[in-house]
Design a binder for this molecule. Structure first.
Ligand code: APR
Length: 252
């Protein structure tokens, strides 16, 4: 860590120690060191090899349900095999030491923050481990009754042909009810906003740093590369989630 980064880390530690309210926004980079691929990293990102519209949209799913279902099944296996990294653990430790101070907002659909011990994680883009029906079917039994019991890739309701789909937010879909409002309030009210591992390419999540900045919070971005929202940051720490977060949060 160079002298400038060390100074930035020490300043951020002081601010996090004194803050009344802290908001953290995480993206795929948060889970990269747990072995879960990001989306837009030049070489290793999922979107560098695959078409997001074909795989992460309702139209793509309807066009080829098996392809999309199998792709998510593979990603689910990867999430189940992955373990939370030191960055996830550091955030959970900070939250434990300061009950009620931290709002953790994530764009990630894995469960690594939760498995590290973070509580009340605000998921903007859903949960890859959850299933839901493609069509709204009020008369269908809830998926917990039938999940696993339905054959098929994707599983198809034997009585009405309704398809099961992953419980994630696809491109062009609404975020979970109220999630963005809660996240915006946390960004507006916080004294420090820490953005970890996001390219800032996808809105409305990408707008949270600006909400915090304009409301007077100190905004820090942790990312080994530049992101599309660096201009909203007072400081950009060039490093990784597992490599830098423990040092930023330890003992704070
Ligand atoms: N630590 C921190 N940041 C990292 C690390 C790491 N170890 N490795 C990579 N990064 C950074 C990359 O530099 C990049 O800026 O993480 C960012 C990942 O960006 P994306 O792949 O675009 O992921 P994200 O920003 O979360 O994407 C937002 O887009 O495809 C949709 O729904 C998907 O939630 C996702 C949304």
């Amino acid at each position: 860590m160079d002298a400038r980064t060390a100074r930035d880390v020490s300043d951020l530690r002081e601010r996090l120690g004194a803050a009344r309210k802290v908001c953290v926004l995480t993206g795929a980079g948060m889970s990269a060191e747990s072995g879960i691929p990001t989306f837009r990293d030049a070489q290793s990102g999922l979107w560098s090899k695959l078409d997001p519209m074909q795989l992460a949209s309702e139209a793509g799913f309807r066009a080829d349900p098996r392809l999309v279902w199998d792709w998510y099944a593979e990603r689910r296996e990867g999430v189940r095999r992955a373990q939370p990294n030191a960055g996830h653990e550091a955030l959970a430790g900070y939250e434990r030491r300061h009950p009620g101070r931290l709002t953790l907002v994530t764009q990630n659909v894995d469960d690594l923050h939760q498995r590290a011990g973070s509580r009340g994680v605000l998921r903007l883009h859903g949960d890859i481990l959850l299933d839901r029906w493609l069509e709204h079917c009020p008369h269908q039994p809830s998926l917990t009754d039938t999940a696993g019991a339905i054959p098929g890739r994707p599983p198809k309701c034997p009585s009405c042909g309704n398809l099961v789909r992953p419980g994630v937010v696809w491109f062009g879909e609404m975020l979970p009810e109220g999630a963005m409002e809660t996240a915006e309030r946390a960004a507006f009210e916080c004294d420090v906003m820490l953005v970890v591992g996001t390219s800032g390419a996808v809105w409305p999540a990408a707008g949270l740093a600006q909400v915090a900045r304009e409301a007077g919070a100190h905004v820090a971005i942790l990312n080994p590369q530049a992101s599309a929202i660096d201009d909203q940051a007072h400081v950009c720490l060039r490093g990784t989630a597992a490599g830098v977060l423990p040092g930023v949060l330890k003992g704070v």
